[in-house]
Ligand binder design. Structure first.
Ligand SMILES: Cc1cc2nc3c(=O)[nH]c(=O)nc-3n(C[C@H](O)[C@H](O)[C@H](O)COP(=O)(O)OP(=O)(O)OC[C@H]3O[C@@H](n4cnc5c(N)ncnc54)[C@H](O)[C@@H]3O)c2cc1C
Length: 520
């Protein structure tokens, strides 16, 4: 028997404006602190009213909730406006077979330490967990191999290591080793990951190791990824080491392994946004089902509109995905080109009687492997707490949708998508996958990753334009970079700027401060 998760899950989207269900039905809902536009217009002619609120945050994904929490806990009057009925954005849950599972993000990169610090502040410190040591695999054409251990974004630090030879064969490994003998020359100036890898280490490293990770983790073609963003410091390390693999070895030695060192939260990543929401709810107002359609200057502050409703505020934070943010910033005179979105679908299967964990924590699929899914996460093999909660059942997450192409599941109904995921899972795992006891399909719209070439220049333009506007902040993955390790610190810095610049707080280096209520 197949059971589908909650109705909203199949339409949950990210990094673009909602698909249309969220908010629209509830737009007429009265909001206690919103004024009708006409009343404001009439008052404004007489004498400007002081803003109703200290801060309005638009969007209650992790970025918006972090800003709202940091400000509300210091006593500022904060209002959060969220288009969907649920908060958390991509960090949300769905229920299958009695399990509360992550519907989107399920882990965080440990790099920088900001996510763990936030989790600790929210009382989740004791529930931070490491994944099981099984490691991930690669599904190549006709065979599966473990992902080489010493690598960064798939680039091996030791080209002739046994696990690299297993992927590339001797010929490919020897070609990769040539990187050690080639003069370094202009490698420090390479922008694009794909061409850099191919030139230094050959086509096999690109196609079999780097491309599956680019597609699986960033939903991007390796040719479009900006080295400086996906692998900060790698260019410099390469110049120091004199080769690409040597640069990777230096970065791994530094403990910097983007995309590989991750942790999770017992019970699921959604506990982070649930806890944030709990904190924000205690001190601020969250209006769900409110699709903001305009932001404009209003006297010394800002006015935020959703249909007929309007809020005035000293400071405004745009925490929506890129496409929605671009539309809102237009009202402020900041012009942006909205990046095209990639549709990603996640199909989750809960199955009884799966034979072991033949591919460790999961597998990334090479494009030419002849399998529609781009990645599989064996969630119960990856997280011990989930295996325990699932009581012998297996939870498998398959993702679909590479950059520039619709996911193979897009044209299928739910039953068809689930059947495809089951076939792909059996193919990737190499064992039969029984009929699921429960399954769900969630669609996300992912904007061009900020790691894409050209995105950095766009981000710089946005940051400069926003910095010129007093008490306007723009946060979220489309500017900070994909992933919680980037989104959380950026949001906290924005809250800090508002505290300093708008409210004149004397805040030192620490993001947390003493937590004292300051008031606006
Ligand atoms: C399938 C998937 C899996 C992922 N897995 C991981 C992972 O394991 N680890 C990791 O670190 N990262 C992961 N990521 C990336 C990570 O989840 C995101 O980078 C991060 O959650 C983005 O947070 P955000 O607040 O910027 O955006 P969002 O979560 O998209 O939140 C934006 C919010 O704004 C709201 N909104 C939009 N328009 C309006 C409007 N007009 N008015 C009001 N509200 C509006 C939206 O409804 C949404 O709630 C994953 C992403 C995807 C798609």
């Amino acid at each position: 028997m197949t059971e589908h998760g909650d109705a909203a899950a199949g339409e949950r989207t990210t990094d673009v404006e909602p698909l249309g269900t969220a908010g629209a039905d509830d737009a007429a809902q009265p909001a206690t602190d919103a004024q009708p536009m006409t009343a404001v217009g009439a008052d404004a002619v007489a004498e400007p009213e002081p803003p109703q609120h200290d801060v309005v945050v638009i969007g209650a994904g992790v970025a918006g909730l972090v800003v709202a929490n940091d400000l509300a806990r210091r006593g500022y009057d904060v209002v959060v406006l969220e288009a969907r009925e649920r908060t958390g954005g991509i960090v949300s849950s769905h229920e299958l077979a009695g399990l509360a599972l992550d519907a989107g993000a399920e882990s965080f990169a440990v790099r920088g330490g900001a996510v763990a610090e936030l989790a600790e502040q929210l009382g989740l410190g004791d529930d931070l967990v490491d994944p099981e040591p099984g490691g991930a695999w690669l599904r190549l054409q006709g065979r599966s191999v473990p992902l080489p251990r010493n690598s960064m974004l798939g680039i091996p630090s030791v080209p002739l290591a046994q696990d690299v030879i297993a992927v590339l064969g001797w010929r490919g490994a020897l070609r990769a080793y040539l990187d050690r003998l080639m003069p370094v020359l202009k490698v420090g100036k390479d922008d694009r990951l794909g061409p850099l890898v191919e030139r230094r280490m050959g086509k096999a490293v690109l196609q079999r190791l780097v491309a599956p990770i680019s597609g699986g983790v960033y939903s991007s073609d390796a040719r479009d990824l900006d080295v400086a963003v996906v692998a900060p410091g790698l260019n410099e390390a390469m110049t120091r080491a004199g080769s690409l693999s040597g640069g990777v070895a230096l970065r791994i030695g530094d403990g910097a392994r983007p995309g590989s060192a991750v942790r999770g939260i017992r019970g699921g990543m959604h506990r982070l946004t649930d806890a944030l929401r709990g904190e924000v709810d205690r001190r601020a107002t969250i209006h769900a089902g409110v699709v903001v359609d305009r932001v404009e200057r209003d006297g010394a502050g800002w006015a935020v509109q959703a249909g007929e409703r309007r809020w005035t505020t000293s400071a405004v934070v745009v925490a929506t995905p890129g496409v929605a943010a671009a539309a809102l910033l237009e009202g402020v005179g900041i012009d942006l080109e909205a990046a095209p979105a990639t549709t990603v679908e996640l199909v989750t299967l809960v199955v009884d009687g799966l034979d072991g964990a033949p591919r460790g924590s999961g597998a990334l699929v090479a494009e030419d492997a002849g399998i529609a899914a781009k990645a599989l996460t064996h969630a119960t093999a990856k997280w011990a707490w989930l295996a325990e909660a699932a009581g012998g059942r297996a939870v498998l997450r398959l993702s679909y949708g590479r950059a520039g192409e619709a996911p193979a599941t897009a044209g299928l109904d739910d039953a068809g998508a689930i059947a495809l995921a089951r076939r792909d899972a059996a193919d990737i795992l190499g064992v039969p996958v029984p009929e699921p006891v429960a399954a769900d399909r969630v669609r996300w719209e992912q904007a061009q990753p900020s790691s894409a070439i050209g995105a950095r220049a766009m981000q710089r333009r946005v940051r400069e334009a926003v910095a010129a506007e007093p008490n306007l902040e723009v946060v979220g993955a489309w500017l900070a970079g994909t992933g919680l390790a980037q989104v959380v610190p950026q949001a906290r810095e924005a809250a800090l700027r508002i505290r300093r610049e708008r409210f004149g707080e004397q805040v030192d280096e620490t993001l947390d401060g003493d937590g004292a209520d300051v008031g606006g």
